[in-house]
Design a protein around this ligand. Structure first.
Ligand SMILES: C[S@@+](CC[C@H](N)C(=O)[O-])C[C@H]1O[C@@H](n2cnc3c(N)ncnc32)[C@H](O)[C@@H]1O
Length: 199
């Protein structure tokens, strides 16, 4: 187990999930971006899935939903909640993954933890391998006006242009939404949520 995995396992071990800083009980920003794609019965990979409750909504739509996380603790909790209704992948987005192909890549609050350029390059290589042309990516990160740290880790913050530059010319920015996530302690956490289409 590397230090990074241990850090995230600790974050989930024995904690009340609804008190995690990134916890949210409603997912309208994400769901509206998915609706904008205008297709149904999609295959979706949620990377850095954590213990999100977004899967309650995604599974209602008869989608084929896979999750990936570096934390076995988070995956274990998802398995208890969803059983074989989700497909599970344990992996590090900064290493080469072999997870197959999907219609949608969803990342909420993971990419902004990748501080080194090589980590972000590996992330984009995994994204490109998983989403063929015509597919979509929904990437949600702390925005430039957001906090500089989360979960005791430094962040690399984004706006839609920085994200578009990172993904490169194979990806068209379709929409972006700036919004505030209120954490369980009432703190305001500005996010940018983006929808990209692979050309
Ligand atoms: C802030 S949490 C967000 C969880 C979830 N997306 C949500 O919105 O509730 C970040 C998640 O990313 C996972 N993670 C962090 N770095 C990762 C990496 N390099 N590869 C895969 N997962 C990672 C963590 O274990 C954690 O579950």
């Amino acid at each position: 187990m590397n230090d990074y995995q241990a850090h995230w396992d600790d974050a989930y071990h024995g904690s009340d999930n609804s008190m995690l800083g990134w916890y949210q009980s409603e997912h309208s920003v994400t769901l509206n971006l998915i609706k904008e794609i205008g297709r149904f019965q999609l295959s979706i990979i949620d990377v850095g899935a954590g213990v999100s409750t977004v899967f309650d909504e995604l599974l209602k739509g008869d989608n084929d939903v896979s999750v990936l996380d570096i934390s076995k603790q988070a995956l274990q909790q998802l398995k208890i909640r969803y059983g074989d209704r989700l497909k599970y992948h344990h992996g590090d987005l900064c290493s080469e993954l072999d997870i197959g192909h999907f219609d949608i890549w969803h990342d909420r609050a993971v990419l902004h933890f990748l501080l080194e350029a090589e980590q972000r390059t590996a992330y984009v290589a995994n994204l490109n391998a998983a989403i063929p042309p015509g597919g979509h990516a929904i990437i949600e990160t702390f925005s430039l006006s957001g906090e500089k740290r989360c979960c005791n880790l430094d962040l690399f913050r984004y706006d839609e242009k920085i994200l578009a530059d990172l993904l490169g010319p194979q990806w068209e920015l379709v929409n972006h939404v700036n919004h505030i996530h209120l954490n369980p302690f009432g703190g305001e956490r500005p996010y940018v949520s983006t929808l990209f289409k692979r050309i």
